[in-house]
Design a protein around this ligand. Structure first.
Ligand code: ADP
Length: 472
């Protein structure tokens, strides 16, 4: 079980839970508060208007008497209030109605009465959870003289009960919502945790080397996307792993052949009593096998470098394709002569590729060398570089043996050779075209092989053309 600090879902759920509770509490409190305020202000209106009505009915004479107040009150009545008292200017009760009738003659110095006798209206309302109690007092002023005050009290249990039920309902609703939300969060947590666990389990399986493992994709949510991405990644891993295994097994197989030959030849020299001429021939063979091993390991290193260089930022530059073709022609001429063939070159000068010069040169060399290797005696190999339709084109064609139609694609695979014996004889490794294709693709280009109608093979490489006007 992950700890709370390391479990982001738990943290999110906890924060959401706290927020929900806080929001609900606020929400449940606010209607009760608003209702309470509304009731207070309606009470103030009720109590104060009653007190003012009585005060204005009593301000006609200069002096108040209990009898006079009683008469006025008989006309005005109690209205909706519970208690009414009228005092003289010293706070002595002249009239009292409601639940305090026995106060006549007593001195009633409630805070509201004191304030009214000081010349100010006073109001106070209290809610004790059981009832609303509102008290108000206004001075009675006759001319310039304060002759007494009216005190009105009102006690309301009905509105208090209503307010309480609003509060209770709000609380019940809040608790219900919290419970509901908690249930939803728990379900959400369990579902997400299960999905995460399944995903983690799959990642661990693949990490342990189970490349055939796939996640079953259900639904269309983020987990479905994550699962299909995971499956695509595993497909890729599986393909890479199987091509790596294939490569290692092909490479060991290919390296074993020349090594076995060297071993056989050297054993023969050691064990047999042979003349010097024959021994020299055997040693020459050993040397040529060793040469092939060197070429093969160099090319294997090239391929490995190609694989890893794709990752790193390489320094490309504008490369003159024509110049590469000319250099290849120059370097390969002696080899062509040795093979009894010709090499011709006819390239434009203003055709540039944005790449590494070594890579472009290597492509031209590999293709032209193959052309010479697989051409008939007195045949020719033509190397042409030119720009056309936004592409830098390289064509290498020969008058040679051509390639069987159904193998035109396969010759670009690592270690693939149409005629193993002939390739061996010519010192081939089966890696040259693989290097060509991987290098070309690294620069966003394409390479294709075809047979010429007149006989022989034609290789066409197309790179994105680089618009380059030369050094400023
Ligand atoms: P190799 O070292 O064997 O030449 P490559 O990868 O360069 O390896 O070529 C793969 C195979 O493609 C060769 O073994 C050969 O059968 C065939 N091939 C390549 N170029 C030509 C060509 N110009 N003409 C005929 N066959 C060719």
């Amino acid at each position: 079980m992950q700890s709370f600090a390391n479990n982001s879902q738990l943290r999110i759920i906890f924060i959401m839970g706290v927020l929900t509770v806080a929001m609900l509490l606020l929400q449940s409190l606010s209607p009760a508060n608003a209702a309470e305020n509304m009731i207070f202000s309606s009470k103030q209106t009720l109590v104060m208007s009653k007190a003012e009505a009585i005060a204005s009915a009593l301000n006609a004479s200069q002096e108040l008497t209990g009898e006079m107040v009683g008469e006025v009150m008989n006309v005005l009545g109690m209205g909706d209030v519970n208690q009414i008292m009228v005092t003289d200017n010293e706070g002595v009760v002249l009239y009292s109605a409601g639940n305090a009738e026995d106060k006549i003659g007593a001195c009633a110095l409630f805070p509201e009465i004191v304030s009214a006798l000081g010349g100010n209206d006073a109001f106070r309302s209290v809610y004790d959870g059981d009832s609303f109690m509102s008290y108000g007092a206004v001075p009675i002023v006759a001319g310039n003289d304060l002759i007494g005050c009216v005190y009105v009290a009102e006690i309301d249990k009905d509105q208090a009960a209503l307010l309480e039920s609003i509060g209770d309902n709000g609380n019940r609703l809040a608790i219900l919502t919290i419970v509901l939300f908690l249930c939803i969060y728990i379900v959400f947590y369990v579902v997400i945790t299960r999905k995460n666990e399944a995903l983690l389990e799959s990642i661990r399986k693949v990490r342990a080397g189970e490349y055939t493992h796939r996640i079953e994709v259900k639904g269309h949510d983020e987990y479905a996307t994550l699962s299909s991405e995971f499956n695509a990644l595993t497909d890729r891993l599986q393909a890479t792993e199987s091509s790596r295994r294939q490569f290692v097994s092909d490479a060991s197989h290919e390296l074993r052949t020349p090594l076995a030959a060297i071993r056989l030849l050297s054993d023969s020299i050691i064990q047999n009593d042979m003349d010097q001429e024959m021994a020299r021939e055997f040693v020459q063979d050993i040397s040529s096998e060793a040469g092939r091993l060197t070429r093969m390991t160099t090319k294997l290193l090239n391929l490995t470098a190609l694989d890893s260089r794709q990752m790193e930022q390489q320094e490309n530059e504008p490369v003159n394709l024509g110049a590469c073709c000319r250099k290849a022609e120059r370097l390969l001429r002696p080899y062509a002569e040795e093979m009894g063939a010709r090499i011709e070159q006819n390239s434009e000068d203003n055709c540039y590729v944005f790449a590494r010069e070594d890579d472009v040169f290597q492509i031209v060399m590999n293709l032209a060398e193959n052309g010479i290797k697989y051409t008939q005696k007195s045949g020719a190999v033509r190397v042409i570089g030119f720009a056309q339709n936004g592409k830098a084109n390289l064509i290498v064609e020969d008058d040679g043996i051509g390639i069987p139609e159904d193998e035109l694609e396969r010759i670009f695979e690592r270690f693939y050779r149409v005629d193993k014996a002939r390739s061996r004889e010519a010192g081939g490794t089966g890696l040259g075209l693989a290097i060509v294709r991987e290098t070309v693709e690294k620069y966003g280009g394409t390479v294709k092989a075809e047979n010429r109608n007149q006989g022989g093979a034609r290789f066409t490489v197309q790179f994105p053309l680089y618009q380059w006007e030369g050094e400023p």
